[in-house]
Design a protein around this ligand. Sequence first.
Ligand code: ZN
Length: 309
Amino acid sequence: MTDALPDTVCIREVGPRDGFQNEPEVIPTDAKVRLIDRLARTGLRRLEVTSFVRPDVIPQLADATEVLRRIDVPPGIAVTVLIPNERGFELALPLREHFSEINGFLSASETHNRHNVNRTVAESLTGLERVIGRAREEGLRAEGVISTAFGCPYEGEVPAERVLAIARRLVEAGAQEIAFGDTTGMANPRQVSAFFAQAREALGPAVELTAHFHNTRGQGLANVLAALQAGCASYESSFGELGGCPVPPGATGNIATEDLVSMLEEMGIATGVDLDALLAAAAAVREVLGRPLGSHTLTAGPVNWHRSA
Ligand code: ZN
């Protein structure tokens, strides 16, 4: 643990993928495009907008091509697509001019990977190594995302060594960034702190390390603080607190981007995000979904002492 908190943090908004994918309803493409265009004007620098997965398995993202073609994202903002395998990459490639990053994902635990993509970890890894290699040849930035990095709902403990062995393979294949996902909200701050210290050691200073926390058990922001203290300066979160496995029913999703931005800015850590604009985007998605969302800052409003002083 370095205890020196980063001065600035980079946030990748994953709501349009992680969030929309996990809604029971399919959100109309028009609404998705409007919301993504809005998020792209909040100061967020990275947006994960969709995924090239099988439309019969995840109909919520069957409009990936149309979304990519129609969004209007200002230059300088990274548009990311999530890719499970080589087939997904082949589907994404013709739209190459509409995105700049790929996130190749797999789970660190066999059972979760089997449930999620119906492959062994070894099979996923071999496929993703090829995808990442191809992506880099195409001039794309490549991130590897490792789900269940802090615990698996089926298997329980996932050893850090296993997660980091996967991470190393993805880095060797060309990934410039590795995200570690607490997919079902099992991580605790002490574990996170130890993990990121170990990950930095194992992967070296050149690889960007990213934390992807879910707030399933209300520990998302505590885990962010632990990761910050371990030097992690890159996070993935979801506007409105959308996303995450809706199992068990009512379980909350990713940490809310508004809550993350509010906490970081109050701590004096720059995010570059305009919180009011972000809250307006979260209010807009709440309107589209027609239900209350988990985001605390959306409910309570921003801390206002700066204004009334
Ligand atoms: Zn997630």
